[in-house]
Design a protein around this ligand. Sequence first.
Ligand code: DGT
Ligand code: CA
Ligand code: CA
Ligand code: ZN
Length: 566
Amino acid sequence: MLHEFADLMELQGDVFKQNAYRRAARGVEALEEDIRQVIEEGRLEQIPGVGKGIALRIREMVETGGSKELEKLRLSFPPGLSEVMMVPEVGPRTAARLYRELGVTNLEQLKRAAMEHRIRELPGFGERSEENILKGIDLVERHGRRMLLSDALAKGEALAEHVRSSGFPLVSVAGSMRRMRETVGDVDILVGTDRPDEAMKVFVSYPHVESTIVRGGRKTSVRLADGTQADMRVVPEASYGAALQYFTGSKEHNIKLRRLAIRKGLRLNEYGLFDASGNNLVAGKPEEEIYRLLGLQPMPPELREDRGEIEAAAEGRLPVLVEQGDIRGDLHIHTVMSDGHGTMREMVMAAMKRGYEYVGLTDHSASLHVAHGLDDDELLASIEQAHRLGDELGFPILRGAEVDILEDGTLDYPKEVLDQLDYVIGSVHTRFKMGVDEMTERVVRAIRSGRMNILGHPTGRLLGRREAYSIDLDTVMDEARENRVALEVNGFPDRLDLNDVNCRKAKEKGVMVVLNTDAHREANLSNMRLAVGTARRGWLEPENVLNCLPYSQLKAVLSRKTDESI
Ligand code: DGT
Ligand code: CA
Ligand code: CA
Ligand code: ZN
């Protein structure tokens, strides 16, 4: 909040106050104890940069979680200006000038001003700055948004590998991508080495680096050719574990952890866990040691969101999370028969190569014309074909289908056809804009049909492109449990649907979840990692996951369903 104050002061053109807030923000950041304690002991004004006025604001922030003055300040500027400030060539001060002198209040207007050459008319600007602003706008439009986890992992892991293979074995991705968050703001890389300058050189010489944003002794930020920002921190080898913990975050998790350390009379920062006399208790040790020394179970990065994991770890009741190795088969796969790009044989062999015990094929149903859905006869013929292929390969192939849940909640094949399938995924692919009651009723009707085993991508959201449709997931989950329908975590990179929070809700409600890729080509099968990551963020254990069951038990669960409904 102090930084935001500073930004807004800069926007107002008040350099003096801007600097004051910036200094105070840095002073507070550098604190190694709980600010509440500092306040209690009346030592707030001893923090470098904190005077009387700012001390009052800090007290209000700590007590109320906000600041009236800050809210007022925010309202005094058009909301679009924050986007204008994100343009690399602009920043708060220039945004303020463009606002005052040209009336620019959002990105669109900034673009127009630059294209109409109105910016170059202002003193201090020229043709060059106009061009740079246009480039910057393009960057914000393309990459101002957060990137998908899968894109971040591809970039981050390649970059980490570049550093590793250049002679720095202690390297890891950190930040939100290590926590498998569904979207990632920037790529974070951590290196433990006693040759920091060399490591920094290796980092900036990565072929995809376009420009260096900041170059420092311990942290360097670069922009990759595609606009992605990547931060690399370098710490001494002996601090690697502590730094990995710190830079994995989340910030909220770290703050709570640091508070716990303070209560135990210890100090925690990115260089280690220190006792009262300043001895580093974790020097050279892996990050788990920090948790153990704080009296906690060590925990995987996916849990570190301050959603109760620290409390659970203190009581020794952390979940044993599902892992990729627990997944015995992928149950949502398309082939060339509908809109996939691999034949049945290619997709099955690719699944076998991944070490699965079984696989399920699920092409689209007839009414989804855009995806070349199968009509009754095509589907029935493909069931035969799948079972023959399974016999030939000596590998269990379940023939299913991804059946549209039509507007009225009926499934897109007649019962006689559905009964020939090993299982059915029901999915909503049309009429997303229904009201919440109508949509919930539609899905509940399908769940109650007795012919559906899995609800595919249950909320329909597409990250960065389409909001989830309105649906009452509590009701859907209750019905799913009663009717033994599993809810899918669809691992397609822009779906991740159910999301982490809803996975946890499903677990609490006793609903089975199934982790699928919705693969449309062989390479998509690797998206299981994303589904598993999402499930882990939702605290899921193998017993919560349908496709952790061995084949015979899975078959029993899937067929019990049809028997009972007859
Ligand atoms: P992102 O990039 O927005 O997807 O999210 P993160 O979590 O990767 O955040 P980022 O890149 O700003 O920082 C990486 C990690 O560094 C973050 O997860 C925790 C740590 N960190 C950053 N700033 C702070 C801070 O002010 N306090 C504490 N305790 N940790 C921080
Ligand atoms: Ca990050
Ligand atoms: Ca970062
Ligand atoms: Zn679908």
